[in-house]
Design a protein around this ligand. Structure first.
Ligand SMILES: [Zn+2]
Length: 404
């Protein structure tokens, strides 16, 4: 019933180009309500919200000409519940209003559930449920809230997301977290393709075995894992030092750098999604959770200019090391980028960055010696993958450990 309501509403909204929930509700609530009298009335209300988000994103797709469908397809659904439709009874039981009255369901909590319950989070009034026919169970999606004390940032922590690493400037040290995002994305892409080819030949295009093999790659989960761990380290470090995180403002230009040399359009899209958007939103989410402010700066040419002399750096061929055209010193490309992100934020360059009094603004604080290549501290994935935040160890310890 819920699916059918959402479907009708979404189609109606798209057909009439309705983009507001209030308008959709005003036009269709009564009609839907009278058609589904056996359902608690709030289902029509939440279905309106559900349908509206679907209609909106479909209209966006259509505007961008990314779909040639006439109407959105309501395939996967989860049922939206508001505070009238469900409530908890203690910690282990949930009661849901249905067309057959209120029913009680025993909760089998995910281990994160206790983490939130015991960690000072409060349970939100909205929830979603999914009917899992295969496993004969109902899956609950709960929302937890927590108020975080916001703070006035006292310094900045610039973050540069690259195709195969995430570089951050913590204090005066640039840390380069190796991620291999690009290689992994390419690897998964080719593995998927080969599975598809193999199974399509053997069993036909819609075989269940193929889906199972594709799920076996666990691509999404593994990528999320990488992102969340790095986002955790960055956000915790920022919180510890009362810093604001600096991120690049994403634009069309940015992704060019990531996907240079890749012709396949779909593949370019995937790499962009996987690397930039994914990493950025993981950091944004974690920062929000910890109350860490974020500042966005214009990313244009951040790795091209020497942060000390403000003159172009010349990179030969595909090298990540370049030479300053004025001072002659060597720079690592990703280190240049984080320093320049910092200066842009300090200068408030086209962004909403506050400028800090007392924070050194000039290149004088860049720790460089004219003869040495300014290299970041490389941290391999095998190392950072086990960290919860940046451990208080000295740099030379990390370097020694990595050489071993
Ligand atoms: Zn220079």
């Amino acid at each position: 019933m819920y699916r059918s309501i959402v479907e009708q509403l979404a189609i109606y909204a798209v057909r009439n180009e309705i983009r507001s929930f209030i308008r959709l509700k005003a036009l269709k609530y009564r009609e839907m309500r009278s058609r589904y009298l056996q359902l608690p009335s709030h289902y029509v209300y939440t279905a309106c919200q559900d349908a509206m988000t679907r209609a909106k994103s479909f209209l966006r797709l259509k505007k961008r000409k990314s779909t040639n469908r006439e109407y959105p397809e309501v395939r996967k659904i989860s049922i939206w519940l508001d505070d009238h439709l469900w409530r908890t009874r203690g910690y282990m039981e949930v009661s849901v209003a249905t067309h057959k009255g209120r029913i009680s369901v025993e909760l089998e909590p995910h281990k994160q559930y206790w983490r939130y319950i015991n960690g000072g989070w409060s349970l939100g009034s909205e929830a979603k449920i999914k009917l899992d026919y295969e496993e004969k169970r109902i899956v609950f999606y709960l929302v937890f809230h927590r108020d975080v004390e916001p703070y006035e940032p006292e310094s900045y922590l610039p973050v540069d997301v690259n195709e195969n690493n995430v570089t951050v400037l913590m204090g005066r040290d640039a840390y380069l977290f190796e991620t291999r995002i690009k290689e992994d994305t390419l690897g998964y892409y080719y593995r998927r393709k080969s599975i598809q080819r193999r199974y399509d030949q053997a069993y036909g295009v819609n075989a269940k075995a193929k889906l199972k093999a594709l799920r076996g790659l666990r691509e999404k989960k593994k990528k999320q894992d990488v992102r969340q761990k790095i986002a955790n380290i960055i956000a915790r470090e920022a919180r510890r030092h009362k810093s604001a995180i600096i991120l690049e403002k994403l634009g069309k230009k940015v992704n060019e750098r990531m996907i240079r040399g890749i012709k396949d359009k779909q593949l370019r899209h995937r790499i962009f999604q996987a690397a930039f958007r994914g990493m950025q939103s993981a950091i944004e989410e974690k920062a929000r959770e910890l109350g860490v402010p974020i500042v966005y700066v214009n990313p244009k040419n951040t790795s091209k200019m020497c942060p000390v002399h403000r003159k172009p750096i010349k990179y030969s061929d595909n090298s990540r090391i370049g030479r300053c055209s004025l001072g002659g010193e060597l720079w690592h490309r990703d280190v240049v980028a984080v320093w320049n992100l910092l200066f842009r934020a300090l200068e408030g360059n086209g962004s909403n960055a506050p400028s800090f009094r007392g924070q050194p603004l000039d290149g004088g604080c860049v720790p460089f010696t004219p003869t040495a290549t300014y290299e970041p501290i490389r941290i391999s994935k095998s190392l950072w993958a086990r960290w919860k935040s940046l451990p208080p160890i000295r740099i030379d310890t990390i370097l020694n450990r990595m050489k071993r």
